[in-house]
Design a protein around this ligand. Structure first.
Ligand code: NAP
Ligand code: G4F
Length: 385
């Protein structure tokens, strides 16, 4: 299993003596945001219960550093799955949490085109299953729904805020629109404290390897060390409002501490293209990228050596694309007193630094720590995303 980039978290999980200890369920605890949110809640003195889905190989490497020993009363893991109502009822009833952070999802947009029904089952019906359980148990549970800027899709307004209409462009985006509205409907209909965080793209050294930023930072680190020759990407024009996951989980927590349930856009407001992210990541490796050619023939070339380090492969194009996202998070900044600390340049620097260490370890051990073989998917010559 790959090594996890850990932050300097406090081992002192003492909570203020006069306050009753809060209990939180985190679905998606083994994911990027789940792991950072776990660190935050443990520091705040919570007792947390992570929902881990069954996998044939261990899938807990992002939170293993938090798990001191089986006796740790504040860090608990339970098996569960968002597609399994009876399990969710049992877990929620057993824990009776103060808060539920629903972060679990099939979160890859391109894969949602390959697995639309599964994506909708987990991302749309999953939240409904949890909300129905809260409703039926009649417990005062605060519910957080991980909504997404992908819901804005082909944007109808720039920048996007809480009143911008949704216009999704993928099964993933549409599944998240359902989850957004069912959260709002349960809030209005049954007086449940249910809130949406509409989060724009956020990354980190714990990002999944098939999202574009991580693919670029790990890929270019491998190129730098001579482990591979180049990386292949899809749409270089695409623009995203990228922040750091660690900043965003703070917003997530604040959303559930707000005096009333509500919906909040969370982002940096600063938008860059995939091409710019490549340039910034390369700069951190001492490489200056020069772009040559256009369209499918576009190449990112090392200005010093003339070597092609980046090319375009249409396999990574999506059937329908979200071209541009830019947040207007004024509401969250004012009401939650939240703002991001890590900007675009710093994000790229942090990710490159961590992935250079990965690549160095790979070079030392002569084998990739993260293996994503070029399996044929769906019988086609698809490469890893
Ligand atoms: P991630 O790294 O892909 O993590 C997803 C988590 O969901 C993983 O723990 C995964 O388990 C779990 N999961 C998947 N299917 C499940 C199922 N059927 N039952 C139970 N758990 C399941 O995603 P992330 O980047 O942390 O994002 C967290 C949430 O925020 C997701 O809902 C995502 O859609 C949403 N979001 C993310 C961003 C972003 O830019 N990161 C922006 C807006 C919204 P395994 O570890 O076993 O795969
Ligand atoms: O990194 P991405 O795969 O993220 P995407 O599609 O924006 O989705 C992420 O952010 C959403 C928030 O808006 C989340 F809700 C969602 O769960 C996920 O975390 O792709 C970013 C852009 C896309 O336009 C894509 O077409 O990068 C483009 N891209 C170009 N080449 C690529 C590649 N994306 C991937 N994954 N791989 C490529 O080779």
């Amino acid at each position: 299993m790959p090594r996890i980039a850990t932050s300097s978290i406090s081992k002192h999980r003492n909570f203020p003596k006069i306050m009753p200890q809060k209990k939180a369920i985190i679905t998606g605890i083994t994911g990027q945001d789940g792991s950072y949110l776990s660190e935050l809640l443990l520091e705040k003195g919570y007792k947390i219960y992570g929902i881990q889905r069954r996998a044939s190989l261990p899938n807990t490497y992002r939170v293993d550093h938090l798990y001191d020993n089986v006796e740790d009363p504040n860090f608990n893991m339970m098996y569960g799955d968002l597609s399994d109502s009876s399990n969710l009822v049992r877990v929620i009833n057993a824990v009776k949490p103060d808060e539920i952070y629903n972060l679990a999802a099939q979160s890859h947009v391109q894969i949602s085109f390959d697995k639309p029904e599964y994506t909708v089952n987990v991302n749309a019906l999953g939240p409904l299953r949890i909300l129905e359980t809260i409703r039926n148990l009649q417990l005062p549970i605060r519910y957080y729904q991980a909504s997404s800027s992908e819901m804005f899709g082909k944007v109808l307004e720039i920048p996007q805020n809480e009143s911008t209409p949704f216009n999704p462009r993928s099964p993933y985006g549409l599944s998240k629109v359902f989850a957004f509205y069912i959260t709002k409907i349960f809030r209005d209909a049954y007086n449940i404290f249910a809130s949406n965080g509409i989060l724009f793209n956020h990354e980190s050294p714990r990002r999944g390897f098939n999202f574009v930023t991580r693919k670029i930072t790990l890929g270019l680190a491998r190129v730098k060390l001579g482990l591979i020759d180049k990386i292949s990407l899809g749409n270089l024009e695409s623009q995203r409002d990228w922040g750091h996951s660690k900043d965003y989980v703070e917003a997530i927590w604040k959303i559930l501490q707000h005096h009333e349930p509500d919906d909040f856009v969370v982002g940096t407001g600063d938008t860059h293209s995939v091409r710019e992210f490549v340039e910034e990541a390369a700069k951190n490796l001492g490489i200056e990228i020069e772009w040559q050619g256009t369209g499918l023939d576009e190449k990112g070339v090392d200005k010093k050596t003339g070597k092609v380090l980046v090319d375009v492969d249409p396999i990574f194009f999506r059937p329908t694309e979200v071209a541009f996202l830019q947040s207007d998070s004024k509401k969250a900044r004012a009401a939650l007193n939240w703002e991001p600390r890590i900007d675009f340049k710093e994000l790229a620097r942090i990710m490159v630094e961590a992935d250079l260490q990965y690549a160095e370890e790979e070079a030392r051990s002569h084998r990739p720590i993260v293996t994503q073989k070029r399996y044929n998917i769906n019988g086609s010559k698809r490469k890893p995303l």
